[in-house]
Ligand binder design. Structure first.
Ligand SMILES: [Zn+2]
Length: 359
């Protein structure tokens, strides 16, 4: 029996309401998408690229994959039934759990996406390691699948090379204006932690959102980069957290919280405490987390239009970078560094984009 199935029957889940249970089941299945999708134009609904960054567990579900987190969030009896059925099917068809192979020892080694499938040869070179089963090169932060090559790896990644409004950027020369306050509406929420092969990602149960420029965006997930991808007047920070939100029309808004070495950060600690032992499988955590704990006291921010910073690099993403960094401890930094010593895309040309900054 797979451990994810056991985690579903934990007694601690019993008091949960049905929607929360449905969400947790979805998270355990890798269905609760919570991952950056491009804000796709209406005419482009067939674009498969929106799924490119999803957790690897979904790949094996093929056409069964829920295209959006919406279905998993509704928590109706029907959806719950559907999820149960899928769980049963998945457990029935699932290949034997991978032997404890997988995690590359070498720091900075290009890592295959996904669940840490056993490798034929334990002495895999970086070259082989970067390739999937079809001989296809996985995107990475160095080597053959590195950022300069992202646009060539797959047709749906082309925007990474050809886009004119890419992220991250070096934020400078913004205009100082009275920027409207971002209305954060975060509350203690259930969560699941996922090592997706590119970063540590936390999928949130529904119920967290923000409002800005007349739109309400729901928080789907947050994840980390080391060092920070964005720069402020050339300065790079130790890490950054990206809080990924989506509105009902599919538009994305990402809040970036810059992280610098200092004192312990309680929410980061909660995430590290719940790190899964295996890649590619979202592990539902006991308890809840409150994202307000990650926000800086000063809510001034920079804003500009950009893209996802990982393939497919889709544009149309509203970026809001909090100006005041938040501290985390040296120990917390080094824990992430052991998993992902460098997972930041290089800065992209500003190309004359307007940057606004709070007074
Ligand atoms: Zn990010």
């Amino acid at each position: 029996m797979h451990h994810r199935a056991r985690s579903l029957s934990r007694p601690s889940l019993a008091p949960f309401q049905r929607p929360a249970l449905a969400w947790l089941m979805a998270a355990a299945l890798g269905l609760a998408w919570p991952h950056p999708a491009p804000a796709r134009p209406a005419a482009d609904k067939s674009d498969k690229s929106e799924r490119a960054e999803k957790p690897a567990t979904e790949k094996s579900l093929g056409k069964e994959t829920v295209r959006d987190d919406g279905a998993a969030e509704k928590g109706s009896g029907e959806n719950l039934g559907m999820l149960r059925q899928r769980l049963a099917e998945r457990l029935a068809t699932r290949p034997d759990p991978a032997p404890a192979a997988a995690r590359p020892e070498a720091k900075g080694e290009a890592r295959a996406e996904g669940k840490g499938e056993p490798r034929a040869d334990a002495k895999t070179t970086r070259h082989a390691d970067a390739k999937g089963h079809g001989g296809e090169i996985h995107w990475a932060y160095d080597g053959e699948g590195g950022p300069e090559r992202w646009g060539e790896l797959k047709p749906e990644f082309r925007t990474c090379a050809t886009g004119k409004r890419q992220s991250p950027i070096d934020i400078r020369d913004g205009i100082r204006v009275d920027l409207e306050k971002i209305q954060f509406d975060y509350q203690p929420s259930g969560f699941a932690v996922l090592d997706n092969g590119h970063t540590i990602q936390v999928n949130l149960a529904p119920g967290n959102s923000l409002q800005v420029m007349g739109r309400r965006y729901e928080l789907l997930q947050f994840h980390f980069h080391r060092p920070s991808e964005e720069r402020i007047n050339g300065r790079q920070f130790d890490m950054v957290a990206h809080l990924v939100h989506k509105d009902p029309d599919g538009r994305l808004a990402v809040v970036a919280v810059l992280l610098e070495r200092g004192r312990d950060q309680p929410l980061v600690q909660t995430v590290w405490n719940n790190l899964p032992l295996e890649k590619g499988e979202a592990l539902a955590a006991p308890g809840q987390m409150d994202l307000n704990q990650l926000l800086p006291e000063d809510r001034a921010y920079y804003t500009y239009m950009g893209s996802l910073t990982t393939p497919p690099c889709s544009e149309g993403v509203l970026w809001m970078v909090m100006r005041q960094p938040v501290q985390l401890s040296a120990n917390q930094l080094s824990i992430f560094g052991k998993l992902y010593p460098m997972n930041a895309r290089p800065v992209q040309p500003g190309s004359g984009r307007l940057i606004k900054e709070s007074q």
